[in-house]
Design a protein around this ligand. Structure first.
Ligand code: SAH
Length: 356
């Protein structure tokens, strides 16, 4: 047994590694130990969630954004982007279609679009909750005031996705002109405090990102202990300042997925669309590295190509029903099973069961 084996065993048994140990792992992983890491990640996932993959219907309801994240195709500065907004009625229709297909979680995602005032967002949440009380609503609409987060929660949104994007302050500031590194992280703590199931996460392979930076991402996740963790590779978009940079790799992203699974063993971890974009079986590979969630697209087909965060994004031409069956085949191909339930986090599920 060499020291890499010892470290992987320690990670598997204790779900902890120090900064130096994580660096050592990243610098020394070979093919054999990568497989061992994935194996440990799968076993850890199975311990909490079995072989189920939770389905979330994703509704991309506006690509209008006041932010200017250097990597993102819908950044305010991209004047070529064709902008759109879905009305409350259109968003509701997407949910109705999704509900009929069996979805019990809707993820409402958008750029940071101030047209959706707190009142409008509350009204959308209330409308969905009224018609589909057994469905969970997840918001992914960026940084808002604490009071707004509270109002959304009270209206019935139970989950919130807000990737921290990168835990390196200097890299964050370079990539997010005018944005505050501290505020984004603060929002995550506030959301947790309010009672949301919270999703953080980061991008792998950002221009200038080092192994040390990635270790900071993992340590931040360990500290925050979120319920969900979204990890995807950087993919360039030609109408952004990073359009000519190299994409992140599938291999590096898979290693991060597996390490996140082992450090935060009970988290819900999506096999992201960006993984499926970089590799035809990218999402399946992520499931084999410890992921257990997929987020098929429920947005209207006309809107999908416009919600172009990065180039060549997959699933932009298919009807919702097609996405549902395509993804099911992929899940079964790695010996896992679709779960169309709400897919609450382990701890929240116990809470709900108690009241049931
Ligand atoms: N406005 C929301 C949603 C952002 S879009 C928010 O602020 O949270 C959802 C995610 O897409 C982002 O958090 C980011 O991690 C990812 N993303 C954006 N552009 C990307 C790119 N070029 N490559 C890979 N991921 C990207």
């Amino acid at each position: 047994m060499n020291s890499l084996d010892l470290l992987l065993d320690k990670l598997y048994n204790t779900n902890e590694l120090s900064r130096d140990e994580l660096i050592y792992v990243l610098e020394n992983l070979d093919e054999e130990h990568t497989q061992k890491l994935f194996d440990y990640a799968r076993r850890t996932r199975d311990r909490y969630y079995g072989n189920k993959v939770y389905m979330r219907g994703l509704i991309e309801f506006s690509n209008i954004c006041r932010m200017n994240c250097l990597y993102c195709g819908i950044r305010a500065g991209n004047s070529k982007a064709e902008r759109y907004r879905l009305s409350e009625e259109e968003i509701f229709e997407c949910c109705r279609e999704g509900y009929a297909l069996g979805y019990r979680t809707f993820v409402l995602q958008s750029g940071e679009d101030p047209w959706y005032t707190a009142d409008r967002v509350v009204s959308i949440i209330a409308r969905i909750k009224k018609s589909f009380p057994d469905a969970a609503i997840t918001l992914s609409i960026g940084e808002r005031d604490d009071d707004e987060y509270r109002a959304f929660f009270e209206a019935g949104a139970e989950r919130y996705l807000l990737r921290h994007e990168t835990a390196s302050k200097s890299l964050y500031e370079r990539l997010h002109p005018g944005a505050s590194f501290d505020n984004r992280r603060r929002c995550l703590w506030v959301l947790k405090e309010i009672g949301y199931q919270v999703g953080a996460g980061f991008i792998v392979g950002l221009p200038g990102q080092t192994k040390q930076d990635l270790v900071e991402d993992l340590l931040f996740l360990k500290q925050l202990n979120p319920h969900m963790i979204g990890i995807g590779p950087f993919i360039p978009h030609k109408e952004t300042p990073l359009g000519k940079e190299k994409a992140g790799t599938v291999e590096d992203t898979l290693v991060m997925v597996a390490l996140a699974r082992l450090l935060v063993p009970d988290c819900l971890l999506p096999a992201t669309t960006a993984m499926g974009t970089l590799h035809p079986r990218g999402r399946e590979l992520a499931l084999m590295a410890g992921a257990n969630v997929v987020m098929p697209n429920l947005s209207p087909v006309w809107a999908r190509p416009k919600y172009e965060l990065y180039q060549n994004k997959i699933c932009i031409g298919e009807e919702a029903a097609h996405c549902r069956s395509c993804i099911e085949r992929r899940i079964n191909s790695v010996s896992m099973e679709v779960d169309m339930g709400r897919g609450d986090h382990y701890k929240f599920r116990q809470k709900r069961d108690k009241f049931a």
